[in-house]
Write a protein that binds this ligand. Structure first.
Ligand SMILES: NC(=O)c1ccc[n+]([C@@H]2O[C@H](COP(=O)([O-])OP(=O)(O)OC[C@H]3O[C@@H](n4cnc5c(N)ncnc54)[C@H](OP(=O)(O)O)[C@@H]3O)[C@@H](O)[C@H]2O)c1
Length: 277
């Protein structure tokens, strides 16, 4: 049995679909009963911020797809070890590569990776670039027909479709061959926000206008959306140039045998989410 955490999220829901279609036995970890998980999948309730709460969900589980960044990751891994899990696949971030531990986001991923690597459980770590689904942060501006507030307009990112992260995770979980290895993952090309907006506009059938936000205003926006240390971390990544997320790597093709999906394809598949509900 494979336990998928984050099963209602962008990556986890794609992974559930992938594993289910392949006939693999899969269970979704959800925080609330009756969560919206792709159809027909067994669910178990648990909260990664309260490690003891995941014990029941782990009964009969041999492999776990694990999200990171929770308050006590060593305790989460301890629960997996007690349940005799044989392989854990951690979804991390490539911001960790060359990142500084004084950056709160880098530190969060370092703590999660350390907990996995020192758990004694065979592991694989996926370090993706930023997700195409981050474009959903523009949804309220687009639905309200306002200019779209764009932060860090000159920063190119090799965005990855969560579908491809899930495809890579599914290969690792079902073959078990990539143990004790880390994989950096990216999408097919590096793109600027304006290029994404143009493609998104075509997908939803409307020209979208960008409002490029100066860095000091972007920081104020970030402070409204997250803690001060995370706002500072993101600002350091993009305004201070601490994180180059533009590198294109071929790992998705190498692991899955399929080229990573384009932003055009992501935008077409998700166009309805940008329209009035
Ligand atoms: N966005 C990026 O560019 C990026 C890049 C690198 C890494 N990541 C990481 O990738 C991971 C997955 O991202 P995503 O976009 O697929 O996620 P998402 O769509 O934001 O959804 C988050 C998922 O995590 C679950 N969750 C939240 N808190 C939880 C808790 N305390 N216990 C158990 N489950 C909890 C949520 O479940 P509920 O339904 O209960 O809310 C949901 O299924 C995240 O850890 C993120 O930090 C993201």
């Amino acid at each position: 049995m494979i336990l998928v955490t984050g099963a209602t999220g962008n990556v986890g829901s794609e992974l559930i679909r992938n594993l289910h279609a392949a006939g693999a036995p899969v269970r979704a970890l959800v925080r609330k009963e009756n969560s919206a998980v792709p159809g027909g999948i067994e669910c178990a309730v648990g909260d990664l911020s309260q490690p003891a709460s995941i014990s029941n969900a782990l009964i009969g589980v041999t492999r776990v797809f694990l999200l990171g960044g929770y308050s006590d990751m060593p305790a989460v891994l301890n629960r997996l070890r007690i349940a005799k899990v044989q392989h854990v696949v951690l979804l991390s971030s490539r911001s960790i590569i060359g990142g500084q531990s004084s950056n709160a986001i880098v530190k969060m991923w370092m703590t999660s990776e350390d907990a996995v690597m020192s758990s004694g459980i065979p592991w694989t770590i996926l370090r993706p670039s930023s997700f195409m689904s981050n474009a959903l942060r523009w949804r309220s501006d687009i639905r309200a027909s306002r200019p779209v507030r764009v932060h860090f307009p000159n920063i190119p990112i090799a965005l990855i479709d969560p579908y491809d992260i899930a495809a890579a995770a599914a290969v690792v979980l079902t073959t078990g061959r990539q143990r004790n290895k880390t994989y950096e993952l990216s999408g097919p090309i590096a793109m600027l926000p304006a290029e994404q907006l143009e493609i998104l506009g075509r997908a939803i059938g409307r020209k979208l206008h960008a409002q490029f936000v100066p860095d000091n205003e972007a920081f104020a926006d970030l402070l409204r959306q997250s803690s001060e240390e995370f706002a500072d971390a993101i600002f350091r990544f993009y305004a201070k140039g601490e994180f180059d997320d533009s590198r294109v790597v071929s790992t998705v093709t190498h692991l899955t045998g399929q080229a990573p999906r384009s932003f055009e394809q992501w935008a077409i598949n998700h166009a309805s989410e940008f329209l009035e509900s």
